[in-house]
Design a protein around this ligand. Structure first.
Ligand code: FAD
Ligand code: NAP
Length: 554
């Protein structure tokens, strides 16, 4: 058995770990940490495991219009989010629970767009015969079964929102303040109380996801439109079924997967759909849109139409909104009934406090400690997108984009478990920082558009490279420290992934060829496309995921 060099830091004496969130990242983290003998507590704000994949018929409260930056951390007063109302006399359980644990983005028709065979933990197989593309409740159940199967479920405190995570100067441990919402009684009569608790943990895993805070762009006229016709404008996070668009003309802003999926679900229900793209790098091609939908240019403004009698601007339900939608190419649309903002999400970890979440700091001015800046797209200062450079006892699972999420996040979770359990070392802070600064310079963090900065965490075409790089490091240490090697994803997964990537490479139109040639493994696939020529109306399924099968390509 060898020993680690001075160039490495070995975390010693880690016993307790707080895991924030019980989506796939949190459950997988807890599962691996438990396997490696650590004392785990999972804190989950909602009442159930599953994260994004849990369907809740309620919708989250309206975001602020506009909402372009991460929220200012609440510091010490979480009741600020409830407008100061926090007792049963002032508000209801229903209102409080919407703020305490806001419903997620899952809609009735949501399905996975990465095959289930590539979306799994190494600790649990899918039931025999599971199809590659399934509805959201299968994904949710998978996460819940993983929690039960591995013991993570027994370590989870539900209805418990993490409010702040910090180190008191001089203390080696993290202080975690959390607030549990307890319902008293049932039905309309039910009351509630909060229980505030504080714990100390040696380490913390942030697995709280990044699809909570809707991104609402600051487009001229949008706020005016929303204020006058609040029910006609929504962010995609509040979408549940296409029924609200029956016989309506819908304008969807953004051309990511949410936008495309809503357009496709609304085929046959909506009268007409406009999908507006400003040409973002990750936008899906218009060829994937259904026949009732039309790709249009980026948006310039929503302009209220002239009022016939001042102060009487109104619109009966059956009429289009009395606003013109002005596009970048000069087109002016007047027939729009509903507006959907498919403009994505802001990454946010408000519980990390104002030093680490600094919405007032521009992206380019990020220092060596901050994690979230004004853009809300980059999670700064992480080694390999996981370990906080300034203090790697704080780790993040689930940050990368354009990956087969369940598998990759499960992989990251095991790496974290090995580092926290002292079975793998990290480079010194200086060495990690050198590597990070090089990457940051090389990949040129930008703030243009949501994709500009999102690119920093994209593993498009580099997912297996990332896995192999981390495996190499962890297993070098395993040999040195005399412990069992980490297997990571198995050959079955690698085979399926290579096969899928090859097919994706054949059918994918994006990213551009030059970029594609750089990547031997064919790319990641959180956003998938097919060439227009391969898109046939007769074979297309309603779902993005299903479409690969229905095309007869995969
Ligand atoms: C609409 C939609 C569809 C998607 N479809 C796919 C797909 O088809 N394929 C794919 O691979 N990926 C897909 N994704 C990506 C998806 O995010 C991942 O599949 C995966 O669910 C991420 O898991 P996570 O655990 O990292 O985050 P989440 O699932 O978001 O879980 C985070 C958990 O943390 C909890 N939490 C947050 N803040 C706190 C707090 N302060 N205190 C306590 N708990 C907290 C939340 O309640 C939640 O349960 C989709 C995402 C969206 C939004
Ligand atoms: N399984 C499924 O079927 C499914 C369904 C829905 C979502 N998802 C997943 O959910 C995640 C989020 O997807 P998403 O589509 O909601 O978000 P997204 O991928 O971030 O896409 C957001 C879109 O909005 C545009 N946009 C953002 N800000 C804008 C602005 N100010 N003005 C104009 N356009 C703007 C973006 O363009 P720019 O790049 O130019 O900013 C982009 O086209 C993804 O991981 C996706 O794969 C999966």
């Amino acid at each position: 058995m060898g020993s680690v060099t001075q160039e490495a830091q070995l975390l010693r004496d880690v016993k307790s770990v707080a895991v924030i969130g019980a989506g796939i990242s949190g459950v997988a983290s807890a599962a691996h940490l438990l396997r490696y003998g650590l004392d785990v507590t999972v804190l989950e704000q909602s009442s159930i495991a599953g994260g994004v994949w849990h369907y809740d018929p309620r919708t989250a409260n309206e975001p602020t219009y506009p909402n372009e930056h991460p929220p200012i951390p609440y510091e010490s007063d979480p009741s600020k989010a409830l407008g100061g109302k926090s007792t049963p006399e002032e508000t209801s359980f229903e209102e409080v629970s919407l703020v305490h644990a806001p419903p997620g983005p899952c809609y009735v028709g949501l399905r996975n767009n990465v095959p289930t065979s590539l979306m799994r933990s190494t600790l649990l197989d899918w039931p025999e015969g599971t199809e590659d593309f399934v509805s959201q409740n299968h994904l949710e159940k998978y996460v819940q079964r993983l929690a039960e199967h591995t013991g993570a479920q027994d370590k989870t405190l539900y209805d418990t929102s993490v409010e702040s995570v910090y180190k008191v100067p001089g203390s080696p441990q993290w202080t975690v303040d959390a607030r549990t919402l307890i319902r008293i009684g049932l039905g309309d009569e039910s009351e509630f109380k909060f229980v505030d608790r504080t714990w100390q943990f040696d380490t913390v895993v942030v697995a709280s996801g990044h699809y909570h805070e809707p991104r609402v762009p600051n487009i001229p006229g949008l706020l005016d439109l929303k204020q006058r016709f609040p029910d006609r404008v929504m962010h995609s996070k509040r979408y549940r079924t296409p029924e609200i668009f029956r016989d309506k003309t819908v304008f969807i802003l953004g051309a990511g997967v949410s936008s495309l999926d809503i357009a496709r679900e609304s085929e046959g229900t909506a009268r007409h759909i406009y999908q507006s793209s400003r040409g973002g790098k990750f936008d899906l091609p218009p060829s994937l849109l259904p026949s009732s939908a039309q790709r249009v240019a980026g948006i310039q403004a929503f302009v209220a139409l002239e009022e016939e009698t001042p102060g009487t601007l109104s619109s009966p339900e059956e009429s289009p909104i009395p606003f013109e939608v002005v596009l970048d190419d000069g087109t002016r649309l007047r027939d729009v009934d509903r507006v959907v903002l498919g403009t994505g999400y802001i990454s946010s970890y408000p519980f990390l406090g104002p030093r680490l979440q600094a919405p007032g700091v521009p992206l380019a001015e990020a220092d060596g400690r901050v994690v979230i800046t004004a853009d809300g797209a980059v999670t700064h200062n992480l080694h390999k997108d996981v370990f906080y450079l300034a203090d790697p006892t704080l780790a993040f699972v689930g940050v990368p984009y354009h990956v087969s999420t369940f598998s990759l996040f499960d992989f990251q979770a095991e790496v974290v478990a090995r580092v926290f359990a002292g079975r793998a070392t990290l480079p010194t802070e200086a060495a990690m920082r050198r590597e990070y600064d090089q990457r940051r310079g090389g990949e040129n963090i930008r703030g243009e558009g949501s994709s500009g900065s999102k690119e920093f965490h994209s593993l498009w075409g580099r997912e297996t490279e990332y896995i192999d790089e981390l495996l190499g490091w962890v297993n070098r240490d395993a040999a040195l420290l005399g412990c069992e090697a980490m297997k990571g994803v198995d050959d079955r997964w690698r085979g399926k992934r290579a096969e899928f990537a090859k097919k994706m490479k054949e059918i994918r139109r994006w990213p551009p060829v030059a970029a594609e040639e750089d990547h031997a493994d064919g790319g990641g696939y959180e956003s998938l496309t097919v060439k227009p020529a391969e898109f046939t109306r007769t074979s297309v399924g309603k779902r993005i995921g299903a479409s690969f099968y229905d095309f007869g390509i995969v």
